[in-house]
Design a protein around this ligand. Structure first.
Ligand SMILES: C[S@@+](CC[C@H](N)C(=O)[O-])C[C@H]1O[C@@H](n2cnc3c(N)ncnc32)[C@H](O)[C@@H]1O
Length: 339
């Protein structure tokens, strides 16, 4: 399978769009990108995939645009030039009019307009075509995502899909979203919005899960979530397995790719639990860990204590975050198991 479609939604709604895309009636893999509101679909071919999206459009509440991708190449101008020319040679376009459009995401030495002008000039030199910015016969569509460019030739039969209804309704999208279970859920939501890739795992283990805000969000991204807490969960989902025990009493778990801990314990106690359960985490697996201090003045010292405990266990702290839903006595750590 290869990248065949870029799909956009309102930033913050990526996980909802992913759920919708999962139900599409074709073989596919759905990936987050490093850009908010942008997902990538891998499938057999772009022509079939865009047709399926159009046919099943009524099931989408979160999809805005779906852009089919014909050719992938590096995002330097020379590669884009070579690949656009090769793609055009496969089409019957003699004497037709065209326009070049580029959407660029990431940092580059050129602007989207530079790409449009450069590619436009190169095409005029190599083909018997004319430019028409309004009434063109076909459009050369170039999507640039950091180091990769995707080129497609759109005409009346093969084109991008815009869900006009959803685009219009986009400012009311929040209406479709359930209210969060608790403040903790908002912390996890913010993390997923910022770092969608690390949550896209087979197995996540959540320590101190009740009432279930984190587990709920994790279960929208991971295939299975083991939720460990002696307390009751206020949510039920087929892919959440509640282990009604204290984390220190757990001896057996499958290997996970993500470990999360939001227990309301003293910082050192809680850190030791993360260390204990990190034996079930794969090497380079991520850990999300909340430090809950007694007051805001203790946070700095608590971070150093936790850092020491983690260092001894080969857990590296990658980021110390103040999430919007953190209290003033809390910080959230993103860590990685190094050995
Ligand atoms: C702030 S709540 C967690 C909220 C949860 N992350 C959510 O999103 O709903 C802290 C939880 O840690 C649990 N807890 C405390 N000590 C624990 C332990 N040793 N093992 C497992 N859970 C523990 C408590 O029972 C409590 O439900």
């Amino acid at each position: 399978m290869k990248p065949t479609l870029l799909v956009t939604t309102q930033p913050g709604f990526e996980t909802y769009l992913k759920e919708e895309l999962k139900t599409l009636n074709i073989k596919k893999i759905i990936k987050y990108t490093m850009f908010r509101g942008l997902l990538k679909v891998l499938s057999e071919n772009p022509y079939e995939t865009i047709e399926v999206i159009k046919k099943e459009k009524d099931k989408f509440k979160f999809l805005m645009r779906a852009v089919p991708l014909e050719v992938e190449c590096p995002s330097d101008l020379e590669s884009i030039r070579k690949n656009t020319i090769s793609l055009l040679k496969t089409k019957s376009i003699d004497g037709k009019s065209f326009v070049v459009r580029c959407n660029r995401r990431g940092r580059h030495k050129y602007t989207s307009e530079d790409v449009e002008r450069f590619i436009g000039r190169e095409i005029l030199e190599n083909f018997d075509l004319k430019v028409d910015l309004k009434n063109y016969d076909f459009k050369i569509n170039i999507e640039i995502i950091q180091d990769t460019a995707y080129i497609s030739i759109f005409d009346d039969n093969f084109n991008e899909f815009r869900h006009e209804g959803n685009i219009k309704k986009s400012k009311y999208l929040k209406r479709y979203i359930e209210r969060p279970l608790n403040r903790s859920e908002r912390k996890m939501k913010e993390l997923v919005e910022r770092y969608p890739n690390i949550f896209d795992v087979d197995i996540a283990v959540d320590i101190g899960s009740a009432p279930g805000g984190w587990a709920k969000v994790l279960a929208e991204n991971a295939k299975v979530v083991y939720a460990i807490d002696t307390g009751n969960l206020r949510i039920k989902k087929d892919n959440i397995i509640h282990i009604k025990k204290r984390a220190e009493d757990i001896d057996n778990l499958p290997q996970c790719q993500l470990l999360t801990n939001d227990t309301n314990l003293y910082p050192e106690e809680s850190a030791l639990l993360t260390v204990k359960l990190s034996k079930f985490l794969v090497k380079n697996g991520y850990i999300i860990h909340t430090i809950k201090s007694e007051n805001k003045y203790a946070i700095k010292e608590d971070i150093s204590k936790v850092k020491k405990i983690f260092e001894n266990a080969n857990i590296k702290i990658l980021k110390i975050m103040n999430l919007k839903a953190n209290t003033i006595n809390e910080v959230t750590l993103m860590c990685q198991k190094r050995a």
